[in-house]
Design a protein around this ligand. Sequence first.
Ligand code: COA
Length: 562
Amino acid sequence: MTENDSVGHLDKLDTTLDTPPPSGSGGSTSGGNRAALLEKIEALDAEHAKAAAGGGEKYVARHKARGKLLARERIELLLDEGSPFLETQPLIGWGSDFPVGGSIITGIGVVEGVECMIVANDPTVKGGALNPYSLKRSFRAAEIAEKNGLPTINLTESGGADLPTQKDIFIPGGKGFRDLTRASARKQPTISVVFGNSTAGGAYVPGMSDYVIMVKEGAKVFLAGPPLVKMATGEDTDDESLGGAEMHSRISGSSDFLAVDEHDAIRQARRVVARLNWRKRGPLPKEIHEPDLDPEGLLDLIPTDLKEPFDPREAILRIVDGVSTSSTTGDGRSTSGDQAFDEFKPLYGSSLCVGWARLHGYEIGILANARGVLMSEEAQKAAQFIQLANQKDTPLLFLHNTTGYMVGTEYEQGGIIKHGAMMINAVSNSTVPHLTVIMGASYGAGNYGMNGRAYDPRFLFTWPSAKSAVMGPAQLAGVMEIVARESAEKKGEIFDAEGFKGVKEMVESMVEEQSLPMFLSGLGYDDGVIDPRDTRTVLGLCLSAIATKEIEGAMNFGVFRM
Ligand code: COA
């Protein structure tokens, strides 16, 4: 590839990648990147399939035999026909003792033209009981709804707290009900459709919602069921009198709509949304153009060996809108001077590439690591660019492939700490929406400066090729060895280098495993691991959801250390 230094621009003619072979055809002349990445995507698909299978065949069959719809069928019927569902955190709980997905499904979907956060219990997984990962996932869903101003629809059927782990659920769990009423106060409507069990604390899901629909002979909403009532008060009663849909719709008034069956409940939920008088207040998308370069080529571009560098401009041009076909010649060159990516400061701080583009019609600023390490120039360039995006109320996309900030005497004396701090200040105090994609390495404070999870990006997705950790596994094990050697010397002991080899290998493989996308996604540190080819679609859905609310950039930042 030739980098055009004068304009920092790359178009169709500049790519070094060969035309990718048809999807699924295996290797390519661009090394083994495609085959290696496809293998990782296949493994990812297998994990997604496990999550989608819910509680497994036995519980799915039992649920269906009861005449009930599965959680994913409820979601599908709720959404506008043919519209996408952006599932968030589908792999939460991966690598834990709990089922992958956390017995709950969360994501953004379109109902009657309105982007909503959907939260659906999966009753085939432990009766829909909420474990610590379900809680994490639902809290993140509430946060996404809050930050982006989305209405929330709860599709409720849950056994409440997972009793064996109640100590991790009970106290923090109260936040879920608090979030519902706070959403209502922020004019973000909340709708609860109760299909089945919603008892004890769970009764406060409909209890705190603006609109409640209950399914006849399905919903059971009470603070205590008949056995507990008997124990507490001696009263003999039954489910229907205590908390049935008819009772709540006709007598207690806790339900606003009585649905004759599950399909009817979903139809009524759609009618509620249709009458929300919903208006989006953010930017309108401009004309959308397909990318200049084929997204399929991402599989040839992205090395799974993170030591191999790649040019992020090649990735950017496969993600962002291309130039209008009406203003391009047959080979993709622009006739109007338009370009898909307008790079800013291309000659300065060249291991961070920043610039302006459009994605699904939305204007964005992009910061992408180019050659791994961040130095003072890159950090200062980033701080300036983030301020420019805030000045013009433009969302930012961070594309990670960094080994962190540069270390060494020359760089310390050159002020790498204060320059890194400038970048972290700008990222932290920026108020335009941030999107983050971890494409490759995300190590050390580079993870922070590039708007990692702790910096509250509106959405964060990971590619299967990524790795995030305090540093690379080999480096970490090496540092541990140096520390252990020095410690032994200080004590006057002889360092057992041979014996330490085993510890080093163990640490290295542990850190390697813990830096992988599925492990980190399992802990809830991203909103999902995605096929790189889906990045444009996923980010487009995010930008559309973001546009629900006005975008207002900050002009007040903390003190920049100069
Ligand atoms: N915590 C942990 N596990 C639970 C659970 C809970 N709150 N609720 C159900 N489960 C488990 C069951 O033990 C069963 O596990 P198993 O199949 O491995 O034996 C599995 O989930 C399915 O439960 P089951 O009772 O067979 O399903 P169901 O569809 O017939 O009934 C409920 C579902 C939720 C109505 C029923 O399980 C129930 O009443 N649970 C307890 C509800 C409760 O009191 N929760 C506390 C509120 S804070």
